[in-house]
Design a protein around this ligand. Sequence first.
Ligand SMILES: Nc1ncnc2c1ncn2[C@@H]1O[C@H](COP(=O)(O)OP(=O)(O)OP(=O)(O)O)[C@@H](O)[C@H]1O
Length: 591
Amino acid sequence: MDRTFQVDLRGVVDLLSHHLYASPRVYIRELLQNAVDAITARRAHDQGARAAIRIEPPDVTGDGSLRVHDTGIGLTEEQVHQFLATIGRSSKRDDFGFARHDFLGQFGIGLLSCFLVADEIRVLTRAEGAPAVLWRGFADGRYSVTTEGQQRDDVGTTVTLVPRRDAGEWLRRDTVTELAGLYGSLLPFRVEVAGRAVSGDGPPWQGGAEGRRERLAEYCREVFGFVPFDIIDLAVPEAGLTGVAFVLPTPTSPAARAGHRVYLKRMLLAEGAEGVLPPWAFFARCVIDTSELRPTASREALYEDSLLESTREALGDQLRGWLVRLAGRSPQRLAEFLEVHHLGVKALALHDDEMLRLVERWWPMETNAGRMTLAEFRAQHGLVRYTAQVDEFRQIGAVAAAQGIPLVNAGYIYDTEIVERLPQVESGAIIERIEPGDLSTAFEGLDPGVELAKRPFLQMAQRALDRLGCEVVLRVFDPAGLPAMYLTSRSASFAAELRATRERVDDVWADVLDALARTDEQDRPQLVLNYRNPLVRRVTEIPDPQLVRLAVEGLYGQALLLGHHPLRPADAALLNGSFLGLLNKAVGHEE
Ligand SMILES: Nc1ncnc2c1ncn2[C@@H]1O[C@H](COP(=O)(O)OP(=O)(O)OP(=O)(O)O)[C@@H](O)[C@H]1O
């Protein structure tokens, strides 16, 4: 024998309140939404029908209840049985069960949210040419329907909520005024609470041109709490979407949650919706109204579907277009924008050619010839030589400049990728990555005669630094005032790190690291002594091996410090020993 499902209404309400809706306050949204849908349905037949929603809180009704009156289409007795008494049944679906385009509701459960705050819901309703009907539903699942003795002059519906004992505060005038304003302030007709209108002039971005910018800036300050750097109009006709994006005036973390304000057919859907803009657009907050995007069942977010995806792309294009226009119209403003939001723009430039060109033309990078854009750098020097790490730039930037080698510091976030992507969009761009070790090839060697004469010194110097795995060479380079440079290639610094780690780990790991650490001799870091430096020249002439050792150790330590290299314990000990040794020599022996 077939039976029919029974529904435990308390269980369903519990499910809604704990798992679907974030807060009981949504009951106002659901009531407003039903009234709006009923008005929409009526106006489909009768365009001139009055459209108004009137909310009376308990201090107006005087009997502790809250009433919502609408001038909508109303329900016949048959419809009351059909739609109000059946959970999941909705008049807003077509014959195939699809949500009908014009309406906000679709699931047939919204009215149940009133049970989050009420023990009893009364719906007194009258449709055109039909008698008034009263439906009473109770939280325990009982309901009754009657037409007897019911009186209602106008077509429309009045929903009355009899509050639950613990929920009175949700029905209070101030709470209801705030909530009705929150959800319904953009509705295109009058919504009032206790006689005071809470709906106003429609979407702020649709008002007249005069004072528009100030109005929108003020709106942004109220809603998002900042004065926008700029305001960008948004429109995606396929999604029935209009709105504005506000550009943040201060930097924000790309990882921060970017909440946008979303209206659906003029009713607030979410105050902090995510996924409206592409992730790279973290510098903007937007407020939009859409008629085509779909809400999730909780009506607190947008449903992720292909329309939302294409809308997100279209909005991204509009933000990108704004940036490109700004570059053309007001480079100074663009520079200010980049100063604040370069991270977002650079992240975008990794995948977007137009943004890459924008960064190339407008973002000043650090170079050893002062700050300049990549475009300026290319115009002046042609070849873009760059270091991929800030430390490397610190180590060799000044010396490279002295050798006449212009160098870009591409060590900051995204910069290396940007420089390396440049030849893909600018066919003429040539780039070359420079490592500190490469610089020694730009230094002059010594005269062969001098080279031979200095060999004994070099041998002594090499012995001093052998245990640190460092090679000592003599070269001639500018500036003459710089006695020595410590140069290391990437593989040499990797090997040095391995050595340092090896000293700290047990045997098993030490063997593994040894296997990795087979570094070529030429990969050893170098201490390059500058034969153009007068002090170095004198050091190469010292006959005393012990003093040579102390001097070379001292130069090694100084080169490490000047180049911002990390000091290992062995380096610090060596520097200390050299300093004290030299001091000892300088003050002479005790008599
Ligand atoms: N103010 C009203 N005027 C006319 N009909 C109403 C009104 N409120 C509710 N109804 C009827 O009751 C039905 C059920 O309403 P309910 O709010 O539970 O669901 P819904 O609005 O259809 O969908 P959703 O759950 O997505 O909000 C509606 O489909 C509508 O037919």
